[in-house]
Design a binder for this molecule. Structure first.
Ligand code: NAD
Length: 359
């Protein structure tokens, strides 16, 4: 294992030669936190540099998300540089050994190409994994919690921007009808919204139409719709200098990570167009709140309270932004740093309940 020290955090590089050859990178954004949390993905990166950039960028985003949700943990990310087709028991055992060597500073779970059933197997080799399939049936899917967090942020944004106290008759267009998007659509339809949806996967569209009353539009139509809210729940970078000029919505709130293609440029354009953008690291925190609770002893009512607070956090950020000339992203990032400094100053330690992998 090779350790590269960063300003606050560290990146650990592992090279595994047996039973098959691959490397893994684990980025911990801030080592001052006793525990850091973030998923582990398996991906065929074009280069080690690309994997390194992905791991460090994603661990930073996880830190912002944890801080805005007022969780006393740091952000982290594991990336395994390998074609997922080689994933097998020995491969997972080798990765579990890497995670185990960090002695509980890093807790991790599902992400791209890493499923809850993989986590079941990883837990046979190390206790530092969360989100096993049996845990999901007990604690619920992180995606459901994420969707509830988006609803909380959406209500708050609608209240701030449109001075409305409920979502009745609101027009909302969801991009991506996957795990989060579909749950979100169900909640919004139940709240009386007029729901529009798009997905590039025909199967997901058919599934959504079976479960929710909504209007389906083409992927290119999504950002042009005459709706109140756009909700990006697909991939990153879909808010950019091509799509912003086409928008008629006055609010953007969704779960996708890194929605703005270029943070500075796109935040400025949205501000100029008077579109309220909810930073993704605030809106999408429901999942991390749910997973964190599994680490500390799950209390459903506490989880729901924290998810409800997402709307309050957005309200605070919107209020602070109105008092400055800075973008909502800059204000939210500053607030996140304040929260994490406070958590560190208070020396918050967390009572970990899964040392034996038996959440
Ligand atoms: P998912 O893979 O289940 O769903 C994503 C959907 O988006 C898929 O159906 C896919 O076909 C669709 N899609 C991809 N590109 C598209 C495009 N250009 N136009 C329209 N549809 C497109 O993923 P998910 O778990 O629902 O997560 C959605 C987003 O939220 C992701 O960006 C994820 O990183 C983020 N997120 C998820 C969670 C969670 O708990 N699952 C938590 C935080 C953030």
């Amino acid at each position: 294992m090779e350790k590269v020290c960063l300003k606050q955090g560290a990146v650990y590089r592992f090279t595994i030669s047996k039973p098959l050859s691959f490397s893994a990178i684990i980025s911990i954004d801030n080592l001052a936190f006793p525990i850091s949390l973030g998923g582990s993905r398996i991906y065929s990166y074009a280069s080690k540099e690309e994997a390194y950039t992905d791991a460090t960028r994603l661990s930073k985003s996880m830190s912002l998300k944890a801080a805005c949700a007022k969780l006393p943990i740091g952000g982290a990310k594991g990336v395994i540089l390998c074609d997922p087709k080689y994933k097998n028991r020995e491969f997972l055992e080798a990765y579990a050994t890497c995670v185990h060597s960090l002695e509980g500073k890093f807790y991790t779970g599902e992400d791209i190409n890493m499923s809850p059933s993989d986590v079941d197997m990883l837990l046979e080799f190390s206790p530092y994994f969360l989100g096993a399939s049996k845990q999901q049936s007990r604690y619920g899917m992180p995606a459901k919690a994420t969707a509830l967090g988006v609803v909380s942020a959406l209500k708050s944004a609608v209240n701030s921007k449109l001075q409305k106290n409920d979502l009745k008759s609101l027009k909302v267009a969801i991009q991506g009808l996957g795990s989060v998007g579909l749950h979100l659509a169900k909640h919004l339809a139940q709240a009386g919204c007029q729901v529009y949806g798009t997905d590039i996967d025909v199967f997901r569209v058919q599934q959504a139409l079976k479960e929710v009353e909504m209007t389906i539009v083409g992927p290119d139509q999504w950002c042009r719709l005459d709706v109140d809210v756009l909700s990006p729940c697909a991939i990153g970078g879909t808010i950019n200098n091509q799509t912003i000029p086409l928008m008629k919505a006055s609010i953007i709130v969704g779960s996708a990570n890194n929605q703005l293609e270029n943070e500075v440029r796109d935040a400025r354009s949205l501000h100029q167009r008077d579109i309220l953008y909810c930073p993704d690291f605030i809106a999408s925190a429901g999942g991390i709140i749910n997973v964190y609770a599994q680490l500390t002893g799950y209390d459903r009512s506490e989880v729901m309270k924290k998810i409800d607070m997402i709307g309050e956090t957005l309200r605070d950020v919107v209020h602070r932004t109105k008092q400055t000339k800075r973008s909502i992203i800059e204000v939210a990032q500053k607030m996140a740093h304040e929260y994490s400094e406070k958590a560190l100053e208070a020396g918050m330690s967390i009572p970990v309940s899964n040392q034996k992998g038996n959440l």
